[in-house]
Design a protein around this ligand. Sequence first.
Ligand code: LLP
Length: 429
Amino acid sequence: MDHFTYRNRILHCEDVPVAELAAKYGTPLFIYSQATLLENLKEIQTAFAPAAPTICYSIKTNGNTHIARLMVNNGAGCDVTSGGELYRALTAGCPPERICFAGVGKTDEEMRYGLGTGVLMFNVESHAELHALGEVAKSMGKVAPVALRVNPDLPPKTHAKTDTSVKGVKFGLDIDTILEVAQGVVGHPHLRVQGLHMHLGSPILSADPYRQGLEKGLKLIEALRKQGHPIEYLNMGGGFGINYRKQEALPASAFAEVILPAVKQSGCKLVLEPGRFIVGNAGLLVGRVIFTKESGGKHYIIQDAAMNDLIRPTLYDSFHRIWPVAPEVGLATPPIDYEIEMANTFKQNVVGPVCESGDFLAKDRYLPRAKRGDLLAVFSAGAYGMAMSSNYNSRVRAAEVLVTGDKHRLIRRRETFADLIAAEEHCTA
Ligand code: LLP
């Protein structure tokens, strides 16, 4: 469920016409619905309520401090993966005791920042990291709270570039050797191994991987406790998928059904790190058509949102629904099935102005004819859109707007040309 709806052939975000926002704030523009953000968070909170979980919103998904603050004010903590993300979480007002510090390559400086802040836990991913963290904690006279991140060695479950629990990827401690690593730090005066963490991949459209991961996780918790580690937390990461195409995703309750009994059995407190589920369908990207053209029998819509704004189609061949903001002919709302040719549509490629053939948002997509100045909405762009954006081709990063009811406000201004070179100024030869 989201709050992007067509009313009389005009796309609205909550009660605000999207065209009005594009006119006021310019394009390309990310538009977020506050009601959708809060309902998605609530869905997870409700589904997992019996375990009274710590829900750490995954900052990497969309780190805008206004969105993070909204999450934090509504009961969430934060999952951070770098010093920069920790800074964002703290700026958003997140209490440190609700922050999980993840990441496969934390520097000593980042560890010091986390320890100084007093984060809930470090998710540790290697033998080397565990010992480095012990050293940093020692130098600060502290005890570092640790969850060991296990790679549970599961079958492939999502795009290879975002599958984090198949054997041999860089993430987590190998399930075959994790206990040896843990044995090595029993009684360590500056490390407290108090949790087990796993993040299986993203996006995941079935509860099976969680079932499989938990089966292995429960045995590990038992073994870690036998070694003498006081395991109190089970962190199941993020990964819950969303509807990019149709109704392919599961409700949070389907994951809860699998996760809750295992948590109960483990006697642990539950931590989750959802990102996409909360913010993915709460945001869209609006672009304005600059030109249309034909080339080699292909039809192109060249609009002002590009791979530097939303890299997912280029990087993962991801599918994002696209439809005119105010369709004049044909369907009044995006089709249920894009594979089928519809009246008043023909196959087109939606591309941006970036100088790469890989710069596209959709390929061979049935869409109505577009003309200069039309607005196109790219749906489900709230997660890993702005967060993965860049200044490639010296394009300024888009603005972001948050809508609630009939109100809207800028939550990140469009960058300026001066922003593009700001970090290069005052650097002398
Ligand atoms: N926790 C950890 C340790 C993670 O690595 C991730 C995502 C999450 C939580 C949040 O996962 P989510 O709930 O959002 O699925 N850029 C890719 C996705 C990369 C995911 C990276 N890790 C995409 O656009 O599909």
